[in-house]
Design a binder for this molecule. Structure first.
Ligand SMILES: CC(C)(COP(=O)(O)OP(=O)(O)OC[C@H]1O[C@@H](n2cnc3c(N)ncnc32)[C@H](O)[C@@H]1OP(=O)(O)O)[C@@H](O)C(=O)NCCC(=O)NCCSC(=O)/C(=C/c1ccccc1)CC(=O)O
Length: 256
């Protein structure tokens, strides 16, 4: 089985599980991920997802270059489909945490870039190495890496194909936290459960305001976020949040 999936306390845990091939993405894993992201998006019981890799060596090294079959479809059919199967960020408003347990290379780093929080183990290494194998970081890497870290560092990584380690990733802001390998999943779970305890519609609105706002001039972004606040104003959860505060008890959110 290339990808494991489980659900606990409103959190979906997705584990790339081909450690013998550095959790690279063979066609079966790509299909499995497509189905899993669809389920994460549509299952109201899931409020947040954690994406990680099995073992301590690799998160994901991108395309399985030994198993990539000749294409069955023309490029236009793939290009004009609604989003790439392995990258969840198109209209996925539930937050996704990348718990990067080792190498995040090529499509592996591009998946991490499509996530909202990135935390890593001290053993992690990061690279968009596609130029070394005559390809391109063509999922989102050329666009998202220079938006995530300083441009000069992104250029160096994308043009040389060289990797950076966990300390450098932390220094440039590619990840928010670096922990020892055996602490990584605990930290991901802690963040995921904190997010899942918040009001689900507010969390989705916050992500939408941030992601869509980044592509807008500030004034439009502020207007958009004010509209989103208005959308949330009459939810049952907002009434519950305010009431629970007054009654000094934890709120019980329903996503309504
Ligand atoms: C990660 C490494 C530096 C680790 O090196 P190390 O020496 O520690 O370990 P290895 O012996 O090399 O690896 C163990 C085992 O795993 C196999 N392995 C590792 N990565 C892959 C892979 N990506 N595909 C297939 N197999 C892989 C390795 O061959 C060993 O197997 P064994 O010999 O034991 O049978 C080092 O492994 C490394 O550099 N890996 C390659 C990383 C890489 O270049 N990734 C980029 C791939 S291209 C890509 O991701 C693309 C994404 C994309 C873009 C646009 C649209 C869709 C997708 C581009 C593309 O697909 O064109």
């Amino acid at each position: 089985m290339g990808v494991d999936f489980k659900k606990e306390n409103h959190v979906a845990y997705i584990t790339l599980n081909r450690p013998e091939a550095m959790n690279s993405l063979d066609p079966e894993s790509v299909d499995a991920l497509f189905n899993i992201w669809t389920e994460v998006k549509n299952d109201d019981d899931i409020r947040v997802a954690v994406l990680t890799g099995a073992g301590e060596k690799s998160f994901c090294t991108g395309t399985d270059m030994k198993k990539t079959p000749p294409p069955e479809e023309c490029m236009a059919a793939i290009y004009l489909r609604d989003g790439q199967p392995i990258v969840p960020h198109m209209k996925m408003w539930k937050p996704i945490i990348a718990a990067i347990n080792g190498y995040a290379i090529g499509g592996g780093l591009e998946m991490a870039l499509a996530c909202d929080l990135r935390i890593c183990s001290s053993k992690a290494k990061f690279g968009l190495t596609e130029v070394k194998v005559a390809s391109l970081a063509g999922l989102n890497g050329t666009q998202c890496l220079p938006r995530a870290i300083p441009q000069a560092v992104a250029m160096k990584m994308l043009l040389t194909g060289e990797m950076i380690d966990s300390q450098e990733a932390h220094r440039v802001g590619l990840v928010s936290d670096v922990v020892e390998p055996d602490e990584l999943l605990n930290l991901a779970t802690k963040y995921a459960e904190r997010i899942a305890n918040n009001a689900p519609l507010s969390v989705k609105a916050a992500k939408q305001a941030i992601v869509m706002g980044l592509d807008m001039p500030l004034e439009n972004g502020i207007a958009f976020s004010h509209l989103l606040w208005g959308v949330l104003r009459d939810t049952e959860d907002r009434k519950e949040g305010f009431k629970a505060f007054g009654e000094k008890r934890p709120p019980e959110y329903k996503g309504k």
